[in-house]
Design a protein around this ligand. Structure first.
Ligand SMILES: Cc1cc2nc3c(=O)[nH]c(=O)nc-3n(C[C@H](O)[C@H](O)[C@H](O)COP(=O)(O)OP(=O)(O)OC[C@H]3O[C@@H](n4cnc5c(N)ncnc54)[C@H](O)[C@@H]3O)c2cc1C
Length: 325
């Protein structure tokens, strides 16, 4: 099993996930998660806004299996919408359909999303449906299709690793879309496996939506892609108000600021809440260097959580294997 698969596996571990909720932000997660409550998150958003950066706020949570939990998540998102308005911050919402009950019942999830879309629409706040794994792709698009009949403040994500994304981007060209490489482990029957193919498709999708689509959020930490986009928009006279760059909170902060200072629209994805575990494990899967965030904590503090033990054992295992080579 490689490092990426290991962390993707960890991200789906229910026991570790529920333990993580009890122990607060650990293992370095506090550097990439903007606190566990609305107040701390709003403070972070204000700080970003002061530097000319807008925010897309994610009340962390996913793959919910209990109705009460999905309703709680809905209420928390409604609270965030109120907080955006009350604090007059430049921000919108990112949410995951599985957090709102997609795995429990499609109509129940739709009803939760409808309440959120209604409130956000009233305040002129945009809602992005984050895209999850392949099993949830079609139902998430179905939800978007149905709710778009009533609301025009909705958009979603196109993941470049899926073969069918070329078809989907054409179908959803009149939507505000975030384009990403894709964060979940998917089989080769549905998704490109190698970096070169994913990168190539990523650029193809970005260029298509920049030329033919409504508004494009280019969500990546990859400076090669960012430089390519800068050149592409210049050559094709694409106005600055047709796109933005997005990165995750806590990653490449200097580059985030630099792009904003250069005059590009920039939006930071701001996750917050106690359900940080799956999100954080996917970040570790994406980039082995991110383990630095975690290793520091595991070695410097006596983390007495089950998480600390699991992660520490794994990191030590990897290090000793490396030394043997
Ligand atoms: C705002 C945002 C929203 C997202 N939403 C979704 C979603 O809804 N669904 C989904 O499946 N995925 C989502 N993702 C995750 C995405 O799919 C990728 O898994 C993730 O962004 C990693 O790919 P990357 O393009 O950033 O670069 P990578 O492929 O991880 O890295 C490419 C290169 O960029 C450079 N680089 C990357 N990170 C760093 C760094 N921290 N410091 C220095 N150099 C670096 C390195 O040279 C690296 O080799 C989102 C990502 C972002 C940024």
């Amino acid at each position: 099993m490689n490092l990426k698969d290991f962390f993707i596996g960890m991200s789906q571990n229910q026991l570790l996930n529920s333990s993580a909720k009890k122990y607060g932000l650990k293992l370095g997660a506090q550097s990439v998660v903007a606190g566990t409550n609305v107040q701390d998150m709003i403070q972070s958003v204000k700080e970003l806004n002061n530097t000319g950066i807008s925010a897309t706020i994610d009340n962390l949570g996913e793959f919910v299996t209990e109705k009460e939990e999905a309703i709680k998540a809905k209420n928390q998102i409604l609270e965030v919408i109120e907080a955006i308005r009350t604090n007059e911050v430049d921000a919108h919402i990112s949410l995951k359909p599985t957090q709102l009950g997609l795995d429990i019942d499609y109509d129940f999830c739709k009803q939760n999303l409808k309440e959120i879309a209604y409130k956000a629409n009233e305040y002129g706040i945009f809602i992005n449906f984050d895209m999850e794994d392949y099993d949830h792709l079609k139902p998430s698009f179905d939800l978007l299709d149905e709710l778009s009949m009533e609301f025009d403040n909705l958009g979603t994500v196109i993941q470049a690793y899926f073969y069918e994304s070329v078809k989907n981007i054409e179908r959803y060209k009149d939507y505000r879309l975030r384009i990403v490489k894709g964060a979940y482990k998917e089989p080769e029957t549905v998704a490109f496996q190698n970096k070169k193919d994913i990168d190539q498709n990523f650029l193809k999708l970005i260029e298509y939506h920049l030329l033919s689509g409504k508004f494009t959020s280019i969500a990546t930490h990859d400076h090669h892609v960012i430089n390519h986009v800068k050149q592409f928009v210049k050559e094709n006279n694409i106005p600055l108000d047709k796109f933005e760059f997005q990165m995750l909170y806590g990653f490449r902060k200097d580059l985030q600021l630099e792009l904003a200072k250069e005059g590009y629209n920039f939006c930071t994805y701001v996750p917050f809440g106690d359900d940080w575990y799956g999100y954080f494990m996917r970040r570790l899967a994406e980039r082995p260097q991110n383990i630095n965030l975690m290793v520091k904590q595991v070695f410097n503090k006596k983390t007495n959580t089950v998480l600390g033990v699991a992660a520490g054992a794994f990191v030590l295992g990897r290090l000793s294997k490396k030394r043997k080579k």
